[in-house]
Design a protein around this ligand. Structure first.
Ligand code: CA
Length: 220
């Protein structure tokens, strides 16, 4: 039988590993396999006919966004993250890149920010057709049957001459219920949607548990 004293270092080690895992949660994953599309996810995994150069900084084109419409699950959804597909391989020397991601509620050309997470770090090279995945540290609660958007900007790219990513999209409506957008230059709240374009994207969603009527919720 294991004594309590013997368990203490094990518990401490598990807590430290857990904390380290949490600190890494915001990093950007790069994979060659397309993301798995689970039941509640929204995805536009199609052959692209265009690509957008991903510039760092505040330019309009440097914000890569896509809107989508949630389904009718009564409890809504949890937005966990999203992935975009890159066109061509990086150059061998890839500096560290840092990104900011957002989830927004969309109404026409206006947005309301629901979540913004900065400092997501990408290191290492990528290959042709890889997928970049940005994950929210805190999943974002979404209501059913509403128009939302996810977008990403690059806040640090190192030396751009070492290569910038080119993210793929289609110049036609290949994804129902949403479209590609950029930032409108004048106002960070305003976006510039393009109804005739969609990003090659996977939006990671899961159904949120509906709270049954009359349920008591205890909080600390
Ligand atoms: Ca569309």
């Amino acid at each position: 039988m294991t004594s309590t004293r013997a368990l203490i270092p094990i518990v401490a080690a598990v807590m430290i590993l857990g904390l380290a895992g949490m600190l890494r949660a915001g990093d950007v994953a790069t994979r060659s396999a397309p993301p798995t599309v689970d039941e509640e996810d929204q995805a536009n995994i199609v052959a692209a006919d265009e690509r957008a150069k991903f510039f760092p900084g505040p330019k309009s084109e440097s914000l890569l966004g896509q809107t989508f419409t949630t389904g009718n699950a009564p409890g809504g959804y949890l937005l966990k993250g999203f992935s975009l597909q890159v066109d061509k391989a990086s150059t061998p020397e890839v500096p560290e890149r840092v990104y900011t991601i957002r989830a927004v509620k969309v109404s026409g050309n206006d947005t309301r920010e629901l979540a913004k997470e900065a400092g997501l770090i990408q290191t290492g090279p990528w290959s042709d057709d890889d997928w970049f995945t940005w994950t929210f540290d805190k999943p974002v609660e979404l209501l059913p049957n509403m128009l939302y958007g996810v977008d990403v900007t690059m806040t640090k790219a190192g030396n751009w001459q070492l290569g910038l990513p080119y993210m793929l999209f289609t110049k036609s409506d290949t994804f129902r219920g949403g479209c590609l957008y950029h930032r409108s230059k004048a106002d960070p709240e305003a976006i510039k949607p393009d109804a005739n374009a969609d990003r090659v994207i996977h939006v990671d969603l899961e159904e949120n548990d509906p709270v049954p009527p009359g349920t008591l919720i205890y909080r600390d």
